[in-house]
Write a protein that binds this ligand. Structure first.
Ligand SMILES: Cc1cc2nc3c(=O)[nH]c(=O)nc-3n(C[C@H](O)[C@H](O)[C@H](O)COP(=O)(O)O)c2cc1C
Length: 402
């Protein structure tokens, strides 16, 4: 026992030493450019940084990359680059599971399951009964939200959608199945209590929002007048603009851009992102001064939007990257919308750097399962402001068939 403890102590001490030298992030050493972290730059010299990189790149990585377990060992002993991500993913999983264990509503889970039901409903060869293994869970979550509508990231529109999809489901599946019959009885009991209808977000276009919020046919979908040449023109015009007029951006325009971004696809419709806009001078500058990639220009930018992802949207580690994809898709829609509103914008990188992330967490008062995914700077463009050409790859390089 004692020996085991000693060995563990020795191992921990060795690991601490190794990590102290090898695992310091790149920016702890480098100096002189905008990618440096001023806090660590002062503590370590450039020579030690070069030695670390040399050892890692020349000797350790070529060998340790060859076997999964060696790679694990490398990131245990010599690099802490992934440690923050590990912990954040754990926070997310913990919160997701805890909410369910404590019988709290979970909007991400509900969205995912309602989405699964909708997919079952639109199957060409719909099965007479499906979702029997989770319908009870969906109805239960629905009840929890009805009781505590403000909890767990829920909203009235989510309730509306859930109610309409479940109504559709129960009208179409074989209600003689015991799991269905039981859940239907519970669903009817819940709906016997009055519920106010939500204000709609205009998701389907005006006339549409009076209909039930359940599967519909493509033929019924609202038309769009944008054709390919128009869309291509918008894509050509949308470029990263970094110089702006000193003119406030009306909040309604930011809301309109977010309304368009909200319509973006997301895995299982979880929508694990939030757009946090900063337009008050002092706070805006505080946020803008944190990312590395805009050190020389942030005070010229009228609005910063931080796109935040929520890891508790996921039950499993395998989904840990999904929020970045969802956040990226929504951000692209936001950028296009901004352009149509007479504004301009540019994306801003958010690399995984401990000190900066901590700074941002404090400035934004983020929860432990939340992470910034990227930032967007926006405003009214200055006509004379230069825009890098940024050559794009030709289609022949981007596209492969079969
Ligand atoms: C994820 C991401 C991070 C970016 N980070 C920065 C940044 O930190 N600073 C900056 O000035 N531009 C940043 N950009 C803008 C890119 O430099 C720009 O999109 C690219 O050069 C292509 O130019 P375009 O947007 O005009 O097509 C970023 C873009 C993306 C997508």
């Amino acid at each position: 026992m004692q020996r085991g403890k000693q060995a563990f102590g020795l191992g921990a001490a060795l690991n601490q030493r190794l990590v102290a030298v090898f695992a310091l992030p790149r920016e702890a050493f480098a100096e002189g450019d905008s990618t440096t972290n001023p806090v660590n730059r002062q503590t370590m010299g450039l020579g030690l940084y070069h030695l670390k990189i040399k050892l890692q790149d020349r000797y350790l990585i070529p060998i340790m990359r060859r076997h999964r377990k060696l790679a694990d060992l490398y990131y245990f002993l010599f690099s802490s680059e992934f440690s923050r991500e590990h912990q954040k993913v754990m926070h997310g999983r913990y919160r997701h599971v805890r909410a369910r264990a404590l019988n709290q509503p979970n909007a991400f889970h509900l969205r995912r399951e309602v989405h699964r039901i909708e997919k079952g409903l639109v199957m060409r060869k719909r099965r007479p009964v499906f979702a029997t293994d989770y319908i009870h869970d969906v109805v239960h979550n629905y009840r929890l939200f009805r009781e505590k509508p403000e909890a767990g990231e829920g909203d009235a529109e989510l309730m509306h959608w859930t109610r309409d999809v479940l109504t559709d489901y129960f009208s179409k599946v074989d209600s003689s199945h015991p799991a269905v019959a039981q859940s239907k009885a519970e669903f009817d009991r819940i709906n016997a209590e009055p519920q106010r209808n939500p204000a709609t977000n205009g998701q389907l276009g005006l006339a549409w929002d009076d209909r039930t919020w359940s599967p519909y046919s493509r033929a019924e979908a609202a038309a769009s007048r944008i054709d390919y040449p128009d869309f291509l023109a918008l894509a050509r015009r949308r470029r990263s603009v970094r110089w702006f007029l000193d003119k406030p951006v009306p909040r309604e325009l930011i809301e309109q851009a977010v309304a368009a971004a909200a319509l973006s696809p997301s895995a299982c419709n979880r929508q694990p992102f939030r757009f946090h806009a900063y337009d008050r001078a002092e706070l805006k500058d505080k946020i803008g001064s944190i990312p590395m990639g805009i050190r020389g220009i942030y005070d010229n930018v009228p609005v910063f939007v931080v796109v935040v992802g929520k890891l508790s949207a996921y039950l499993s580690e395998r989904d840990r990257h999904v929020m970045y994809i969802d956040g990226g898709l929504a951000s692209m829609a936001f950028l296009f919308a901004v352009e149509t509103l007479g504004l301009a914008a540019f994306p801003i990188n958010w690399p995984d750097i401990e000190e900066l992330e901590q700074k941002m967490e404090r400035a934004m008062d983020l929860e432990e399962d939340e992470r910034p995914m990227m930032l967007i700077g926006m405003g009214y463009p200055e006509d004379a402001g230069g825009i890098p050409f940024s050559q794009k790859k030709p289609v022949s390089e981007l596209l492969r068939f079969n």
